[in-house]
Design a binder for this molecule. Structure first.
Ligand code: NAD
Ligand code: IPM
Ligand code: MN
Length: 355
């Protein structure tokens, strides 16, 4: 029997509510498909920070390293500044384990009403491939001067290696998907050094894939096109910051960000990859038991796919879609219903069991 060890990090806020829902569904599908998932819990969070001054212990990354994958809820909560909590837990995991791809599907699921009312399932279905290890996310820079003379410098870092590997991933992924079209998010009209370089590498790597069509848009008009004509996209590749923004905008256009999953991938498989919903800890609804668990559960399906359990992954996604298609389904408030996390999770479990 195949056996996988998974490091669970529920984190903060609704992460603590949706992660158990994900674990329940993954355990059920593992049992059905005949493989074993051994979950180990790592309760690191803003609470840990308030108690110890650290988001995770000094040897935290070493303790995660020997797992087959990491399953994470959300990090960050009022009381600890976001740059402290995120640079103390989530971002070091992405970097230490060289999870340089952040793969985020954008799909209008059945039964969910897009704010673009004439769109239906199939019209909005594309993937954001986000660079996840460098770019605009950097701790390089600093503050100098005082008072009105204060200056803050925030550096962005684009390496040739880091840029080429994410672009190559996007082209390979488009080929694997059978949707030979890659769109690049740029801003080479305003950013003087980084984005002209990005465009240059996009053209160079694109030339290695003659069968794949390319286009590129500045991030501002690309944002508008996500809303005006989302059906034109297949695979969209962007830098760390542009990919972050587009991967909330895309799901926003499908009606809710709460269903959106993500895979932080180390394609070399030298280190564990990490799977987490796109959303955060949602302090405004935390503790009420009404968070939508679908983003977490779909992230779990992406984890199964990564582990080689493609059939189980497809079953989980089919169960999610079956619930959303069911007019009798009781959904969470973000989808217009009055159901709880537990009730929505139970319905997904029932569909999984063929009921
Ligand atoms: P957020 O995603 O937590 O919340 C944005 C809005 O979406 C809120 O109104 C929230 O209630 C709603 N929402 C999000 N997930 C939902 C779900 N599953 N079900 C129903 N509604 C949901 O974004 P934010 O408010 O900008 O961030 C809150 C905290 O989370 C911050 O500390 C931020 O840094 C952190 N954050 C962490 C991650 C991560 O760990 N990957 C991602 C984004 C934000
Ligand atoms: C995400 C989040 C994180 C990011 C934050 C919390 C640092 O928004 O996973 O999309 O920007 O990568
Ligand atoms: Mn984000």
């Amino acid at each position: 029997m195949n056996r996988y060890t998974i490091a669970n990090i529920p984190g903060d806020g609704i992460g603590r509510e949706v992660l158990p829902a994900g674990v329940q569904v993954l355990s059920a599908v593992a049992q059905r498909c005949g493989f074993a998932l051994e979950f180990r819990d790592f309760d690191w969070s803003c609470e840990t920070y308030l108690a110890t001054g650290k988001m995770m212990p000094d040897d935290g990354l070493t303790r995660l390293a020997d797992h087959d994958a990491i399953f994470l809820g959300a990090v960050g909560y009022p009381g600890v500044p976001d740059h402290v909590s995120l640079w103390g837990l989530l971002l070091p995991i992405r970097r230490e384990f060289d999870q340089y791809v952040n793969l985020r599907p954008v799909r209008l699921l059945p039964g969910i009403r897009s704010p673009l009312r004439d769109k239906s399932t199939g019209d909005i279905d594309f993937w954001v491939v986000r660079e996840n290890s460098e770019g605009e996310y950097s701790q390089i820079g600093g503050r100098t001067g005082t008072g009105e003379d204060e200056i803050v410098i925030q550096q962005a870092v684009f390496t040739r290696r880091g840029t080429d590997r994410i672009l190559r991933y996007a082209f390979d992924f488009a080929r694997k998907l059978g949707r030979p079209h890659v769109t690049s998010a740029t801003k080479s009209n305003g950013l003087y050094h980084s984005m002209p370089f990005w465009d240059e590498r996009f053209a160079a790597i694109g030339a290695e894939y003659p069968g794949i069509a390319t286009d590129q848009y500045h991030i501002d008009i690309l944002a508008a096109r996500f809303v005006m004509s989302p059906e034109r996209f297949d695979v969209v590749v962007g830098s760390n910051l542009f990919g972050d923004i587009l991967s909330d905008l895309g799901p926003g256009v499908t009606g809710t960000i709460a269903v959106a999953p993500s895979a932080n991938l180390n394609p070399s498989r030298r280190y564990p990859s990490m799977f987490e919903p796109v959303h955060g800890s949602a302090p405004d609804i935390a503790g009420q038991g009404i968070a939508n668990p679908i983003g977490q559960i779909w992230s779990g399906a992406m984890m199964l796919d990564h582990l080689g359990e493609a059939e189980a992954a497809a079953m989980v996604l089919a169960a999610i879609e079956a619930v959303l298609r069911d007019p009798q389904a009781v959904l969470t408030p973000d989808l217009g219903g009055n159901g709880s996390t537990a009730v929505l999770t139970r319905q997904i479990l029932e569909k999984l069991q063929g009921r």
